[in-house]
Design a protein. Sequence first.
Length: 579
Amino acid sequence: MLKLQGIAVSAGVTIGEALVLDSEGFRIPRRFVARSAVDTELERLAHAVADTTREIERDRDAIKSELGGQYAAIFDAHLAMLHDPKLQAELTAAVRDRNWWPEYAVSRTLRRYAKVFQSLDNHISHRAHDIYDIEKSLLRNLLGQRRETLAAISQPVIVLAHNLTPSETANLDRRFVQGFATELGGPGSHTAIVAEGLEIPAVVGVGPFLSDVSGGEPVILDGNQGLVILQPDEETIARYRLEVEAAHSAQAKLEGLRDLPAETTDGVSIQIMGNIEFPSEVEQCISRGCDGIGLYRTEFLYLTSRREPTEEDHFAAYSEVVKALPDKPVVIRTVDLGADKMLTETTPEEERNPCLGLRSIRLSLRQLPMFRTQLRAILRASALGDVRVMFPLISTITELRQARMVLADVMEDLAEHGIPFNRSMPVGIMVETPAAAVMLDAFVKEVDFVSVGTNDLIQYTLAVDRGNKEVADLYNACDPAVLRLLRHSLDVAREAGVPASVCGQMSGSVMYTQLLLGLGLRQLSVPASAIPEVKQVCRSVSVAECRRIAERVLAMDGAREVKAFLRDQVRRLLSEQTA
């Protein structure tokens, strides 16, 4: 059994069969061939060996002519490994006697060889890399045009990958993907946000581990603790099965809160809104008793398509959600592309610092046709219900005024054509940068509401790339600098009489609920899965208690001290509820 620690980005525990997707995009599931097809599959394997041989010989000859014979020797070694009689016999036996799919036979056999080399404490251990190189070459030739995509998954699996792009994550089929773990990645990335929206357990930033697992092997994914357990023993599997059953039981108890108000014990009403990424998620929010949609991320329209979405694509997606919530607010955030999020077209040159580059509202103001298309659809949807628009990553008053000018221009265009919309549609901004927080007293004079996006606020306040596992330990919502900016933002909004919410991952964690209420927050926007738990905490505490907790926290000067204190508070609260 091998237990690996990563970063938990989407809670939950699942036990299932591994589907390995390596850095070159290969899917190697455990698959068997029919007896009648064995000879055909062995012939395919032989062709792959021959093709790989020709590739290695071509590379060897090219290097030899360019650099000399001593540099070409590595390729001769590859050829010797590939044609080793023992290896060839094992591959043939795996297909003929075990009926393994050739791809699976290659992956399992060569990775076992590589592990043997890695275990040797001398100069020969590096030869494991040669084995992996041969494996990839063989797989590339075996799969050829038969290479499958994540969208083609048709049975329950846990995806294990080097990395997943936001678009790949957005296209995961929830019917079959029970969870995923990646070698790369960090907290707060868009991939993590999409996973949370899909309500599947996810762990990122595990580090190199794909060489230790083959497709079809059992794996446990603990999205609560950030653990990936390979080759688990029966005792561990049994323990986690009990944990899964306990989680289902606890969730069933929370379902009784659906129609109850989120009201504190001293009578203060709290609004709990839902965060959604896809239109289908609105049903999950409704079934858990949301008070509306506080953050409708619209990037999925770009992430799940190879073409730029049309106005009708936008309108269909927005109207589906608005019609499902006819009497409740729906806050639609304009497109937040860039940085860790995928653009529909590549930029002329790669940005050195994409987190600080052309993204979010900056991109929209640069790509006005795209921006106008989205605003037209949002305005059209506003005729169907309580729609509100929100601009992301606003850093200056000029950006806000430019965005509002484009919105006003689109309104005039719709009015001229007699297309109905709500001319008084509320306009808000995301507070995601220290600049926006510091200047919020000026912003609140020109907006109808604000929403603090803690994911980016943490990133920009602490100068930490939230998608980088190398600095993941520095990305911390408990940092006093972040908390002071959050308090300042809520205080300014409250004094101006402008509604404020928090919609980042911080709002969806019950560890922070008491703190946020104590800081004066009265509206939280959380993932659908978090609504019942957050509501339960709100109904179990008084605002007076929460203020005392906030005062204690604001007097602390270290993130570790803050986190330990908040964990202790929520642990005590939950233990009282179960006593």
